[in-house]
Design a protein around this ligand. Structure first.
Ligand code: CMP
Length: 334
């Protein structure tokens, strides 16, 4: 994290919780609120652009009520593949199924920006989010005393979702750093009806755990913690399954959610990981070495995991702590 970064930004978790009530209402059979109806009416009115119908099951119960027609911008096969590739690299779309991905790809619109151009200005109204195709962009936030640099966005990353999630003004500014940047722009309606629901569901699923996971106490910016849930997945293992083998490199950091994981070295059991939040696979991902232990499911277990490709955008800022923990956790067995 940038040392200059001011840490008193809005509590996005609280805002998200507020929004959850709306989303629950949307996905139940209850009556919609006035705001929701306005939103739906606005979508229906937008008939000038080319659209195509999407079947109800593609985007959940809410859509059984309304015949949402997603925006569709024709693209070459190559362009569609590129967008999919970019979407896979980031968090935002990780909870979507294949059909939802097709809809989102169809709705994306190419936008080209040049060096020093503002793609987003803090404080302005926002109706779209962006996925970086090529180029680099810097994110700055003004907490009242001038712009503070927060981060650089690279291909595959997305930004501009907060204004859509919370119907708030843009929370930061995004400026093109490279000579040129090609971005894919996604409209509010498609985001709200396809991406938001899946993304919020995913964030809800892991919210409680992330709020209380000791390891994350150093990550002060609620926005960074919020993003982490997009990078978390779940896997189940049966008793006796080998999760990770001594001498191999892991592609994930695994986190214990439920059940006991035996830690073995040279076919001898050393100890067990049993606590919610105990994690392994860090030797490969954080230290870049092979694993010194074999991890075995001692019973039917549930693990969360963060894929290797998401490490740099989620846990890298606490790498110092993670390295220290490797010593503390395994030092005496190495
Ligand atoms: P949005 O508020 O729509 O527009 C500015 C974007 O900057 C915001 O969405 C996020 O995608 C991105 N951003 C990156 N880091 C932060 C941060 N710490 N706080 C707020 N916005 C951030």
């Amino acid at each position: 994290m940038n040392p200059q970064k001011v840490k008193n930004g809005p509590n996005f978790m609280q805002q998200l919780n507020k929004k959850k009530h709306v989303d629950c209402a949307l996905s139940s059979n209850s009556e919609s609120s006035d705001d929701e109806v306005d939103e739906i009416v606005a979508i229906k009115k937008d008939v000038q652009k080319q659209r195509f119908s999407v079947s109800a099951e593609a985007y959940g119960q809410f859509n059984k009520k309304e015949n949402f027609k997603a925006k569709f911008i024709p693209k070459s096969k190559e362009q569609s593949e590129r967008i999919k590739q970019r979407m896979q690299a980031g968090f935002m779309f990780s909870a979507l199924n294949d059909k939802e991905i097709e809809i989102v790809v169809g709705a994306m619109e190419e936008k080209i920006f040049h060096k020093a151009e503002y793609v987003i200005k803090q404080g302005e109204e926002g109706n779209v989010l962006y996925v970086v195709d090529t180029g680099e962009l810097d994110c700055f936030k003004n907490y009242g005393k001038g712009d503070i640099f927060l981060k650089t966005y690279y291909p595959g990353e997305s930004f501009g979702e907060l204004a859509l999630l919370f119907q708030s003004p843009r929370a930061a500014s995004i400026i093109v750093k490279s000579d040129k940047a090609i971005l894919w722009q996604l409209d509010r309606e498609t985001f709200n009806l396809i991406v938001k629901e899946a993304s919020i569901k995913k964030r809800q699923q892991f919210e409680n755990f992330l709020e209380n996971w000791d390891l994350l106490k150093e990550i002060k910016d609620p926005y960074d913690r919020l993003k982490m849930s997009d990078a978390l997945f779940e896997k189940q293992f049966k008793k006796g399954d080998i999760i990770l083998q001594q001498g191999q490199k892991s592609n994930e950091i695994f986190i214990v959610e439920q059940g006991r994981v035996g830690v073995n070295k040279n076919n001898q059991k050393l100890f067990e990981l049993t606590k919610l939040g105990d994690y392994f696979g860090d030797q490969s991902i954080v230290a870049g070495t092979v694993e010194s232990f074999t991890y075995v499911a001692e019973e039917e277990i549930k693990l969360m995991y963060i894929p290797k490709k998401s490490y740099s955008s989620t846990l890298k800022e606490i790498e110092g702590t993670l390295m220290k923990n490797i010593q503390i956790k395994y030092g005496k067995y190495l």
